[in-house]
Design a protein around this ligand. Structure first.
Ligand SMILES: Nc1nc2c(ncn2[C@@H]2O[C@H](COP(=O)(O)OP(=O)(O)O)[C@@H](O)[C@H]2O)c(=O)[nH]1
Ligand SMILES: [Mg+2]
Length: 243
């Protein structure tokens, strides 16, 4: 069993997949050194679904080439479903949820430092808290603020970001993952919010957000689904209703 499982949902990412995965696998040595943990082992799980380009085939290639990498492909595009399945497939003591356009080894180092030290159960990389820097266009930064404000009003969420990078103690979070009912974009938010409600110790740390490429899916197209997701999540969490 590896110490760390890095789960990366990917969708139509053939342009950056090889480079990003190589950088991550080769760069893990930097994390080991910084943590003074030369024996720290890891696996990378590429969670693909619904890509219409060569992503699935390329991921399978990478899994053959690198012993640390494995992959699966599920039916239709669905970020939440892919991430959830990736977490359930993970075998490490700790799980890091990555994004292929970020692959932020500095977050891995800092998050693992806290987790190994027992400071918390989950670390969330916030792009909106004090000390963070977000290089995305204004429109997308504003969207993060709006979603966060809605989660605060609807569910009394006190953090600053739910969508980005996260790392956690797998065994402690597994029951929470199993409670989650929302898929697509909002699964990650539901996971962070439910972890807090279950009185797990969730810690936010600031990140520097620099995307390797612009987002594939137009933000405006995501709005209806995000709004539906927030409504549904509020209903199931507040009233314990069926989705
Ligand atoms: N498996 C899967 N991954 C996805 C899907 N949509 C986005 N992703 C991945 O999720 C990560 C973040 O997506 P991105 O387009 O950058 O959106 P952002 O989170 O708003 O920046 C990347 O690794 C994408 O490849 C999807 O439908 N299925
Ligand atoms: Mg992105």
């Amino acid at each position: 069993m590896p110490d760390v499982s890095i789960v990366i949902p990917v969708y139509n990412e053939e342009g950056i997949l090889r480079e990003a995965v190589t950088e991550l696998v080769d760069g893990f040595e930097i994390v080991r050194n910084a943590l003074d943990a030369p024996d720290l082992t890891f696996e990378v799980i590429i969670a693909e679904n619904g890509s219409s380009d060569g992503t699935a085939a390329l991921a399978a290639h990478l899994a053959e080439e690198r012993t640390e990498v494995r992959t699966f492909s599920l039916g239709e595009p669905n970020y939440g479903k892919a991430l959830r399945r990736g977490i359930l497939e993970a075998t490490g003591t700790w799980v890091i949820c990555e994004e292929i356009d970020l692959c932020d080894l500095d977050f891995h180092r800092r998050a693992l430092e806290h987790l190994r030290h027992g400071d918390c159960d989950m670390v969330v990389g916030s792009k909106a808290m004090k000390g963070a820097s977000d290089e995305r266009p204004l429109f997308r930064r504003a969207a993060t603020r709006v979603i966060n404000g809605m989660l605060r009003v609807a569910l009394d969420f006190r953090g600053t970001d739910t969508h980005g990078l996260k790392a956690f103690h797998r065994q402690r979070l597994l029951p929470i993952v199993e409670q989650c009912v929302i898929d697509r974009d909002l699964f990650a938010s539901e996971l962070v919010i439910r972890a807090g409600l279950a009185k797990l110790h969730v810690m936010e740390i600031p990140i520097r957000l620099h995307e390797k490429r612009p987002p594939a899916i137009n933000l405006v197209k995501r709005v209806p689904n995000v709004l539906r997701g927030i409504a549904k999540m509020t209903y199931v969490i507040r009233f314990g209703g069926k989705p």
